[in-house]
Design a protein around this ligand. Structure first.
Ligand code: PMP
Length: 361
């Protein structure tokens, strides 16, 4: 066997483009178009005058951030795990909770979903099955129930709202999946929940096999700071911490802990900003509909839309030529859809204007 045969080979996740050029309307990675909470700027100023912030190792438990989140979500600090973006949290969750996967008991997630799930499953050698969505892109909860399908699983993960469709799975269906899988961990990835969907957090009181994962990257305008977190039972969070501290203790840097804490404390800014994005989204949906686009009813900070008369590739290229970047996934069933992040009202008006021109309307 050559050394090359001994290497763990993986096909990495491909993230959306981060363009270098200026004057681009960047609507391809679901970032927030507004600046973070005012307290974040103040925390950055304070960091500049505090040399120990960089000289010392950070608090490996991110205590102030965990406490601020515990206060906001009204849970015990022991029920919270923070990581370097929710990607870090989710990757550790795969390693911690899904390692018992086998061909007979695969990990289950939707076939059209966040495209990092199959990458992590492959990285950790976790057998998985991608469960087809219904034709309308909705998740059928029955497909995840061993009592219905006859198939056991080693765990379940899905985003709610789902990505890239933006569709919300109703709370009753989320509960059906959790209740129907008492012997597996069910992870609800709520990266986009703050834009009008219902969180599964209240279900934590009833189910110890549920873990909810959220992020500061979208609704808190802090994708660059890399802050994500999980909320679950103390027991689950304990297992997650054991794996994290067996891997790398000091993952979150001190500046991110400080600015994350400042953001987590500002509930008013959070409400106001997410409301603004929801309003812009609903207006944008009306404009898209008037132009003949079809799309699932998004509850996230993006819309997943296609036009019956134009290919997705053509529309994406024509928008790019007008300095507007949107995301498209070159995969079966969805290659004609554009995933368009909700920006400011002004940016979305420019998108509509550009689309009008491209469609000749
Ligand atoms: N989950 C979903 C469904 C996502 O779309 C994203 C964003 N790419 C993430 C998790 C990870 O986001 P972050 O690491 O920035 O928290």
């Amino acid at each position: 066997m050559s050394w090359e045969d001994k290497i763990r080979k993986v096909e990495p996740y491909v993230a959306g483009e981060q363009p270098k050029e200026k004057n681009i309307i960047k609507l391809n990675t679901n970032e927030c178009p507004y600046p973070p909470a005012p307290g974040v700027e103040e925390a950055v100023r304070q960091l500049a005058g505090d040399s120990s912030a960089l000289r010392l190792y950070p608090d490996m438990d991110a205590t102030p951030l965990v406490n601020a989140l515990a206060a906001q979500y009204k849970v015990d600090p022991d029920q919270i795990f923070v990581g370097v973006g929710s990607d870090d949290v989710l990757a550790l969750c795969f390693l911690t909770f899904f390692s018992a996967g086998s061909r007979e008991q695969p990990l289950l997630f939707p076939d059209i979903t966040y495209s990092f799930y199959d990458v992590w499953a492959n990285l950790y050698r976790i057998p998985f099955r991608q469960v087809p969505l219904r034709e309308d892109f909705s998740i059928n909860p029955d497909d995840y129930l061993p009592a219905v399908t006859g198939q056991e699983n080693c765990g379940i993960i899905f985003p709610n709202p789902n990505a890239p469709t933006g569709l919300e799975l109703p709370q009753a269906d989320v509960e059906k999946i959790i209740a129907g899988n008492p012997d597996s961990i069910v992870i609800v990835d709520e990266a986009y929940v703050d834009f009008g969907a219902r969180t599964a957090l209240p279900l934590l009181e009833k189910y110890d096999n549920l873990l909810v994962v959220q992020t500061f990257s979208k609704s808190r305008a802090m994708a660059g700071a890399r802050v994500g977190f999980a909320i679950g039972s103390k027991k689950l969070i304990g297992y997650l911490k054991d794996v994290k501290f067996s891997f790398n203790s000091y993952t979150m840097n001190l500046p991110s802990i400080r600015i994350g804490t400042a953001s987590a404390r500002d509930a008013a800014w959070f409400e106001e900003t997410t409301e603004k994005i929801i309003k812009t989204r609903e207006r944008f949906k009306e404009d898209l509909r008037a132009l003949g686009f079809v799309f699932p009813d998004s509850k996230s900070n993006f819309v997943f839309a296609k036009h019956p008369d134009f290919s997705g590739a053509h529309l994406q290229a024509a928008l790019r030529a007008r300095k507007i970047i949107v995301r498209r996934f070159n995969k079966p069933f969805i290659c004609d859809y554009l995933r368009i992040t909700i920006g400011t009202d002004e940016q979305m008006e420019k998108v509509v204007e550009a689309l009008r021109e491209i469609l000749g309307k």
